[in-house]
Design a protein around this ligand. Structure first.
Ligand code: SF4
Ligand code: SF4
Length: 176
C-alpha cells in the first residue's frame, strides 16, 4: 500500500515538474527559427566559405596568387590569362574546393587588395563533394546580376593634375 502511494506521488511530482518547465518557457521568445521560411541572423564575424568582393561592378583580384600559395589546405586555384595585346594577366576563374577549407582566413588576410571575404552562407547542402567546388568568379558575376549590378572592369582613373605636367615635361624634347 505504501509503495503504491509512493509511486503515485513520484508520478505526480514528475508531471508537475514537467508542466512547470513547459509553462515557464511557453511565453518566452523562441530561440529557434521556422526554417526554411525564416533565416537566422549570423554574427558579423561568422565564417562561411570565402567569396569575392564586388566593388564598382567588378572583382578586386589582381591575380597575384598569394592566396593560392598561402592556403594550408591547397584548396585554391587561381586561373589567369593574358589576353592578346593586354599588359596584365586577367582573372578567368577562381576555384575553391570548400570540402578542404579549414576557414583559417590566411587567404583573406594575405590578399593585398582585400578581394576576398567570408560569406554568411550557412545553409549549404549537396549530394556530392563536387557540389562544394566553387568558381568564386562565376558566383560573383551571378551575385552582381541578381542585384542589378552591371559587371565589368571600372574605367581607368583619369590622371591627376599634378601628374600631367610632370609627364608632359618629361615627354617634351629638351631645348637646345
Ligand atoms: S591574394 Fe587576392 S589579389 Fe591575389 S590572387 Fe588571391 S584574391 Fe587575387
Ligand atoms: S580559409 Fe584557409 S583553408 Fe580556406 S581557402 Fe582560405 S587559406 Fe585555404
Amino acid at each position: 500500500m505504501i509503495s503504491y502511494f509512493k509511486e503515485m506521488f513520484s508520478g505526480l511530482n514528475s508531471l508537475f515538474t514537467g508542466m512547470r518547465i513547459t509553462g515557464k518557457v511557453f511565453f518566452k521568445k523562441p530561440i529557434t527559427v521556422h526554417y526554411p521560411f525564416e533565416r537566422m541572423e549570423v554574427t558579423p564575424n561568422f565564417r562561411g566559405h570565402t567569396d569575392m568582393v564586388i566593388e564598382k561592378g567588378f572583382h578586386k583580384c589582381i591575380t597575384c596568387m598569394m592566396c593560392e600559395r598561402i592556403c594550408p589546405s591547397n584548396c585554391i586555384r587561381v586561373i589567369a590569362e593574358k589576353p592578346e595585346g593586354a599588359k596584365k594577366k586577367e582573372l578567368v576563374a577562381y576555384h575553391l574546393d570548400f570540402t578542404k577549407c579549414s576557414l583559417c582566413a590566411n587567404c583573406v588576410e594575405v590578399c593585398p587588395t582585400s578581394a576576398l571575404y567570408f560569406s554568411h552562407e550557412y545553409t549549404l547542402v549537396g549530394t556530392s563533394r563536387h557540389d562544394f567546388h566553387f568558381n568564386l568568379l562565376e558566383r560573383a558575376k551571378k551575385r552582381a546580376a541578381e542585384t542589378g549590378i552591371v559587371w565589368g572592369p571600372p574605367e581607368p582613373e583619369p590622371k591627376t593634375e599634378s601628374e600631367k605636367p610632370k609627364k608632359e615635361a618629361a615627354a617634351a624634347p629638351a631645348e637646345a
